[in-house]
Ligand binder design. Structure first.
Ligand code: SF4
Length: 733
């Protein structure tokens, strides 16, 4: 069985077979373009995570007024969810209910959840844990390109001459892409790698240059680069004039207050702001200036910031100024965290998006989507983003929430606030494959969903490649696919439009919506495409890039046999959909005038600064062998052997000043809460900065949730939380 790994956004193809004694045997899929047979340790250990221990196998409900969860029939549980949501909507309006979903859902699950909330309930209160990982990239892409576009493909990593990895511990968080870069560099030593990260991570082992910039100073660094390049004439004037808007203003802001006495580029100033050695910074700027084929990869270290969107745009600005975009081996490249963060974006599964890359604030887009769905209503303003959503629940404005496939009591910032919110919420529903999570302590209804190896549908990886997840196991207990659970509830709420019999039916509707208002479709005889006189679905007449026309009408057999393909998929050959490797080669962007936008990015500091009480900066992130809140990877003994427990990594000088010693437990405290972690001095930390992984939770060890100590500040544009910068104090336990 060919399927796809459910962990990170690399989206590796997996071959899963059964041995003679019935065991599942996992191998990398040689034919999948993302990984060409490679798997990292998490993917390789997938068979260890498919057992039924800890699984939620039957619906459960809590009696009114509290008490323990007890077994219920599907009929009772679905009725409770549908009637509970109906009651709240009738009494308080559609914005009093919400869905909090996940980049772990398949596209088909995501599609129906978004359709139910935005087209039938009539609210945009559907947000996702992808808000926590890549919403700054989405916002940055939309500002620069007019649409959420990732222009490159993985093959570009092998064509580049310089790869700049910013805020990305690629070696641990996207291991197979790291392996591809390692191999490319071994074959072609002239390929240079720069790592920009406050920590000296495992990724630095490959680096020709490591820039350990101070936390939160990325905009300074890339503004400096923009100014440096301009001062040395490294700018593509034809590209800037013909294909962009706003260069002069962005450059003025990048230079603002930083020029020397005679207007010369002031290297010392930028180096001082970033707290890096000026000569190291100059070396990076020179490498970038003299290399045409540059790729800048950015990930959580950029996105998870109160200035996350500006950081993304400061990176894109440098590519626009040099015209290094839309051609092989160059461009800005966002590595997404989750396996289907991209698929969620396609279907509009964020509170500020509609569907098929259409816009909530565009009346024509709303009309198109509502017309396509034939729905009774359509949300007409953005809903609550993740942090706002849980604040609204605590404030009593949102009274019912359905959490799908995620564990916010562990993963959200200020997660004690999430506990308070769920405690006072009138109705908390969770559909999940696992029974015992920190979030389920607050749930009134649990709905058993399928897990990896049981689900059937599609995911989209960081290079826009749609791949199939196929079932190799029977559904356990009474588990159901998420898309079916959502449709069951929608029908009980009295809504038509959810009579899907198979995930293919959902996918086909998703593909048709992507083509609605765009181009004719031959295989379908024009069905589901634009009508005469309709000027298309793009903003103000500009065409959208996202398009799945070539995937319409595959039929179940074609869907089952679907090979990995990159969107846009506008055409097909002899029934084989033809994808698109690379975007923007025509240098036509999705803004109405077809031009890209430079964004003036004025640097600003993280929201909360260190002080005497909290003198260090907390950075959070992944370890190599665990995934999110460990509900699946925690089942694997192989994966547990890498890192056994939560740790706080710190510089020896900071440990000494804090009175803690390596190997001892320490209390990690911030204004928002505290947790316990074992002190490590891995050697990668700069003075003043500590690192704690995100995975551990109170099911595994008490007092181990890092979310409890992370501040709740967000980027004002994207709403993405500032996971990388919280003032913190470390004390002996
Ligand atoms: Fe899975 Fe990511 Fe590892 Fe590939 S790199 S096997 S997608 S966790």
């Amino acid at each position: 069985m060919r399927t796809t790994c459910p962990y990170c956004g690399v989206g590796c193809g997996v071959r899963a077979t059964r041995s003679a004694d019935g065991r599942i045997v996992i191998a990398g899929d040689e034919d999948h373009p993302a990984n060409r047979g490679r798997l990292c340790v998490k993917g390789s250990a997938l068979a260890e995570t498919t057992g039924l221990e800890g699984r939620l196998l039957h619906p459960k409900m809590r009696a009114c007024g509290g008490g323990a969860l007890h077994a219920a029939s599907w009929s009772e549980a679905l009725d409770a969810v549908a009637s509970g949501f109906r009651r709240v909507i009738e009494q308080h309006g559609p914005d009093a209910v919400a869905f909090y979903v996940s980049g772990q859902l398949l596209t088909e699950d995501y599609y129906v959840a978004n359709k139910l909330m935005k087209g039938y309930i009539g609210s945009a209160n559907i947000d996702t844990n992808s808000r926590l990982c890549m919403s700054s990239s989405v916002a940055g892409h939309k500002r620069a390109f007019g649409e959420d576009l990732v222009p490159l493909c993985y093959e570009d990593l092998e064509l580049a001459d310089l790869i700049v990895l910013v805020g990305s511990n690629t070696a641990w968080c996207h291991p197979v892409l790291f392996q591809r870069i390692v191999k490319a560099k071994a074959a072609r030593p002239a390929l240079q790698v720069v790592v920009i990260d406050p920590r000296r991570t495992a990724t630095c082992e490959l680096a020709d240059l490591h820039l350990p910039l101070a936390s939160g100073t990325d905009v300074w660094l890339f503004n400096g680069l923009l100014a440096f390049l301009a001062d040395r004439g490294v700018a593509d004037a034809t590209f800037i004039n013909d294909h962009t808007v706003g260069h002069a203003q962005a450059l003025e802001v990048a230079r603002s207050g930083t020029q020397g006495v005679q207007g010369a580029f002031d290297l010392e100033h930028y180096a001082g702001r970033c707290n890096v050695d000026p000569q190291t910074l100059l070396a990076f700027y020179r490498m970038y200036a003299r290399t045409e084929r540059v790729i800048t990869v950015y990930s959580m270290g950029v996105n998870q910031s109160s200035a996350g969107t500006d950081k993304v745009n400061s990176i894109i600005n440098c590519h626009l100024q040099t015209g290094r975009i839309g051609k092989p081996g160059m461009g800005p490249f966002s590595f997404t965290g989750q396996p289907n963060a991209m698929g969620g974006r396609e279907v509009g599964g964020l509170a500020n998006m509609l569907a098929a890359h259409m816009e909530l604030d565009n009346p024509r887009h709303r009309s198109l989507v509502q017309g396509f769905w034939g729905s009774p209503t359509i949300a007409d303003r953005p809903g609550l983003k993740a942090v706002e959503l849980f604040e609204a629940i605590e404030a009593g404005r949102v009274k019912a929430i359905w959490i799908m496939c995620t564990n916010p009591v562990v993963s959200m910032p200020d997660s004690n606030q999430v506990k308070r919110a769920l405690q006072r919420c009138e109705l908390v529903v969770s559909s999940d494959c696992m029974e015992h999570t920190d979030t389920h302590a607050f749930a009134h209804v649990l709905l058993p969903a399928l897990g990896w190896g049981e689900k059937n549908g599609t995911v989209t990886n960081s290079e826009r490649r749609i791949s199939r997840q196929r079932p190799l196991l029977d559904a356990p207990g009474e588990g159901r696919p998420d898309w079916q659970i959502v449709c069951d509830v929608a029908r009980r709420m009295g809504y038509a439009g959810f009579d899907f019999a198979h995930p293919f039916d959902v996918f086909d509707e998703h593909a048709r919506l992507s083509a609605w208002g765009n181009v004719p479709h031959e295989r379908d005889g024009g069905n589901g495409t634009r009508e005469e006189g309709d000027d298309g679905g793009g903003a103000n007449g500009a065409s959208r890039v996202f398009n799945l026309t070539g995937l319409i009408g595959l039929g179940r057999a074609g869907y089952d046999a679907l090979q990995p393909v990159q969107w846009p998929v506008r055409t097909f050959d002899d029934g084989t959909p033809r994808g698109t490797e690379r975007l923007l080669s025509d240098l036509r962007f999705s803004h109405p005038d077809g031009k890209a936008r430079f964004i003036a990015t004025a640097p600003r500091s993280p929201v909360y600064a260190i002080d005497c009480d909290y003198p260090l900066t907390l950075n959070t992130g992944r370890v190599r062998d665990q995934w999110h809140t460990m509900s699946r990877t925690g089942k694997s003994a192989t994966l547990a052997s890498h890192v056994a427990e939560a740790f706080v990594d710190m510089h020896p000088d900071d440990a000494s000043r804090s009175g803690v010693r390596e190997g001892e437990l320490a209390r990690v405290s911030t204004r928002w809460g505290s947790m316990l972690a074992r002190v490590q001095m891995g050697g990668g930390m700069s003075r003043g900065s500590v690192f704690v992984p995100i995975h551990w939770n109170d099911q595994v060890a008490s007092d181990a949730r890092v979310g409890a100590v992370v501040n709740p500040a967000v980027c004002p544009v994207s709403g993405e939380p500032e996971f990388k910068h919280t003032p913190v104090r470390i004390e002996p336990f």
